[in-house]
Design a protein around this ligand. Structure first.
Ligand code: ATP
Length: 357
């Protein structure tokens, strides 16, 4: 197989540390990758470079996949390029418990489901402005309680967008993804999450489109929950889910909690698909409180690397990486402080690499 080109870019906060840790493993394991380390955001600025140079953009656009760190402000344009310019409209966020992970649940064994977060619209990125301006443009608009926009006085607004196109492509991706998972023994169950009782137009469009698409596939089963209910169901019966599909903002918010259920925010890797060049990153943010201290847990970015290897067709390498992570957590003596250990970012990465070798 021809060598796949991967661009690794750290950006802000703990991003550079966790990306370096993942690269250390990918390189140390001698996986057949052309791994190019690029600089963006704060990391680029610290090296006297532009936060998002034309050269880095070209490297990204010419790659097979991108491994991304995290963003605050200066790394934001890089992420925007990966998400929106590249049109990666779905974010896969697996939640899987491995023995030794620091789940707050009494019995986390067997937790194994995947969130598919719609990534292109909803409430994100912010489309906001002055409320009085909106009231002038839409003088007759009333909410379901009968209030006009003019009734609120000064303030701000945000607009939520749910397009037919986004719902349809999300629905198709979800079904294909769930059917693919069935080959690995998963039940083929799609759970759709919205707030359809309040958003009768936007969320109902999302919900109906997903449901209609699932019904075209008799091998799949379908259920729907409101986002507030889903929040508690994940806690009380987390083993009941297989593929959960959610509107952008609900997917974002629910998956921080879902990551904790699986063992911690520092463990959840993600894959952004559907567009020109896929990108892989942690679900967590830039964690500025621990940045530069060599104590961030790199596991989320290492899991993201595993999903990247899967995507690139490097199944054997992906499996060996997963097995190595599982073995390190089971052994439990090389874990970072968020997992109750004292290991540094680098030590945990080295422990994972040792298990591969
Ligand atoms: P964003 O809104 O950008 O997604 P967030 O609100 O999810 O960010 P984080 O930056 O992820 O916030 O941080 C939340 C908390 O979790 C912080 O206290 C941070 O230190 C901790 N945390 C996040 N990632 C890690 C990690 N990889 N290892 C250890 N702790 C982490």
């Amino acid at each position: 197989m021809a060598k796949k080109k991967v661009v690794a870019i750290g950006c802000d906060g703990i991003g550079p540390e966790v990306v370096d840790a993942a690269c250390h493993i990918l390189q140390g394991a001698n996986f057949n990758l052309d791994l190019v380390r690029c600089y963006g955001g704060d990391e680029a600025i610290s090296k006297g470079l532009e936060p998002f140079s034309e050269d880095v953009r070209t490297q990204i656009d010419g790659s097979d996949a991108v491994l991304f760190g995290s963003h605050i402000i200066n790394g934001y344009p890089v992420l925007m390029h990966l998400r929106f310019t590249n049109d990666n409209y779905v974010n896969m966020r697996p939640v899987k418990y491995y023995e030794g992970m620091n789940s707050p649940l009494k019995d986390p064994k067997g937790i194994d489901f995947v969130f598919l977060r719609e990534l292109s619209e909803g409430l994100y990125p912010g489309r906001e402005g002055d409320l009085e301006d909106l009231a002038r443009r839409l003088p007759d608009s009333v909410d379901r309680s009968g209030r006009k926009l003019t009734d609120f006085g000064a303030g701000k607004y945000a607009i939520k967008v749910i397009s037919k196109k986004a719902c349809e492509r999300m629905a198709k991706f979800t079904c294909e993804f769930a059917i693919q998972r069935m080959k690995d023994g998963y039940p083929g169950k799609v759970t759709c999450v919205t707030k359809s009782n309040l958003f009768l137009e936007t969320d109902v469009l999302f919900e109906k489109t997903i449901e209609d698409e699932v019904k075209k596939h008799p091998e799949l089963t379908y259920e729907h929950y409101l986002v507030d209910n889903m929040n508690r169901l994940m806690l009380i019966r987390p083993r009941d889910f297989d593929v959960i599909v959610a509107v952008n903002e609900y997917g974002d918010i629910l998956t921080d909690a879902a990551a904790e259920i699986g063992g911690g925010l520092g463990l959840m890797g993600t894959g952004g698909f559907g567009g020109k060049v896929p990108y892989f990153e942690s679900a967590h943010g830039a964690a500025p409180d621990i940045a530069g201290k060599n104590k961030a847990n790199p596991t989320a970015t290492v899991f993201a690397s595993k999903y990247m290897l899967d995507y690139l067709g490097m199944k054997e390498e992906a499996n060996s990486l997963e097995k190595a992570i599982a073995a390190v957590y089971k052994q439990g003596d090389s874990l970072t402080p968020d997992q109750g250990g004292t290991a540094t970012t680098k030590e945990l990465a080295e422990a994972i690499l040792r298990k591969i070798r």
